[in-house]
Ligand binder design. Structure first.
Ligand SMILES: NC(=O)c1ccc[n+]([C@@H]2O[C@H](COP(=O)([O-])OP(=O)(O)OC[C@H]3O[C@@H](n4cnc5c(N)ncnc54)[C@H](O)[C@@H]3O)[C@@H](O)[C@H]2O)c1
Length: 361
């Protein structure tokens, strides 16, 4: 594969909250031209165009894909509007970075992966999904520790993204038909993807889940991020799952937008036969010469390579552009993002039936 050296022409579909993170990442990547924005709300497309110096804007992704002569698009629309533009752009031969979750559900997500499989050999384009947590310096370092065998056999991971109160009350987040679900599909997918990657994507055996809506339909719940309409809240506000793998390992997943706990917690804890590790602050838990020890990686250790303050989103986009230039697979593979959607679907299904979902995908 010959390295692409010419400028890569970028378009953004959906110019709301997250789009700016993609655009600033593209600004940090070398040889990228910001060409077109697209939003069904024209004032937003124009606003982003003017803020970041894009050349043109559209109100239809079909028109943008047809006329803007692009190489790459970021799909930054809400989940209900991921699949159509992503597939349309893939079929037009563009490289597609789609925001998380890949789609509303696993059936839609699979249709995106299938569409990519149909075109990738002839068009050579890449598809990836916005699971930027993998690009964090601590995550990268922890992965190196794990892959080097520092933890021995990893058999248990606890992934938690628990907010005591933190319901995104804006946009489509609390609408099942438009967002696909609540905290599980919003923030749970991040810690789930990160955990699966750290574990080396072992084959999934079964998923047992329980989800709750205990605050969403109540009026007047304290929420630092504003009020929502309790009559229209139809997603879960917390969810919990145990995922078992064919290699015997287990992953416990806990997510909430509202839960009566002492304080909000984001934690990835990895336990292996020779050591454990916590992601933030990056710490190894080991045993040496008759005692237990904690090894803390200082923040300074990650300086000088982008630095700890560099947003993961920017690191992700810079790596994405490098994959396109080099013609190499992106870190987040489409099939891995599909697996996240399959697990989320299984958590919801298990919660409904009360039984664990056997996994054959
Ligand atoms: N990776 C992360 O950490 C992270 C953080 C926040 C949001 N997200 C994800 O990013 C996506 C967008 O979230 P957001 O918070 O930016 O939403 P948002 O509502 O702020 O912005 C979405 C924009 O898409 C536009 N849009 C909707 N349908 C469209 C269509 N068919 N064509 C063109 N534009 C369309 C809307 O008008 C809106 O301006 C979601 O999938 C969300 O889950 C990811």
């Amino acid at each position: 594969m010959t390295r692409i050296t010419r400028p890569l022409r970028v378009g953004i579909i959906g110019t709301g909250g997250i789009a700016g993170n993609h655009i600033e990442g593209y600004q940090k990547a070398e040889g990228v031209e910001l060409v077109a924005t697209c939003d069904v709300v024209e004032s937003r497309a124009i606003g982003m165009k003017e803020k970041y110096g894009f050349r043109t804007h559209f109100t239809s992704w079909e028109e943008m894909v047809k006329h803007a002569d692009l190489d790459v698009v970021s799909v930054c629309t809400p989940p209900f509007a991921h699949v159509e533009p992503a597939i349309g752009a893939l079929e037009a031969g563009l490289h597609v970075m789609c925001e998380k979750p890949m789609a509303l559900d696993a059936v839609q997500a699979k249709s995106m992966v299938d569409a990519w499989h149909k075109v990738r050999d002839t068009k050579g384009n890449l598809l990836s999904v916005g699971f930027q947590s993998r690009f964090g310096r601590n995550a990268q370092q922890l992965k190196r520790f794990i892959d080097a065998g520092e933890l021995g056999e990893v058999y248990y991971v606890r992934a938690a993204y628990l907010r005591r109160r933190g319901v995104p009350a804006w946009g489509v987040f609390t609408n099942k038909a438009l967002n696909g679900g609540g905290p599980m599909i919003d923030v749970g997918v991040h810690v789930l993807d990160l955990s699966l990657w750290l574990m080396g994507h072992p084959k999934i055996q079964s998923v047992y889940g329980a989800s709750f809506c205990k605050f969403g339909n109540r009026p007047g719940v304290f929420n630092p991020w504003g009020a929502w309409d309790p009559a229209k809240f139809d997603v879960e506000d917390s969810a919990f799952a145990m995922i078992r793998f064919e290699n015997g390992a287990a992953l416990q997943l806990e997510v909430s937008w509202a839960l009566n706990l002492p304080k909000s917690v984001t934690e990835t804890l990895v336990c292996g036969t020779d050591g454990g590790a916590r992601l933030e602050p990056l710490t190894l838990f080991q045993e040496r010469h008759g005692t237990i020890i904690d090894v803390v990686v200082p923040e300074k250790a990650t300086e000088g390579q982008g630095g700890p303050s560099e947003p993961n989103h920017h690191l992700q986009i810079v790596a994405w552009i490098e994959s396109i230039r080099a013609g190499t697979a992106p870190l987040v593979l489409p099939e891995q993002a599909l697996q996240v959607s399959q697990i989320v679907d299984a958590v919801y299904r298990s919660s409904e039936t009360g039984a664990s979902v056997a996994f054959s995908a």
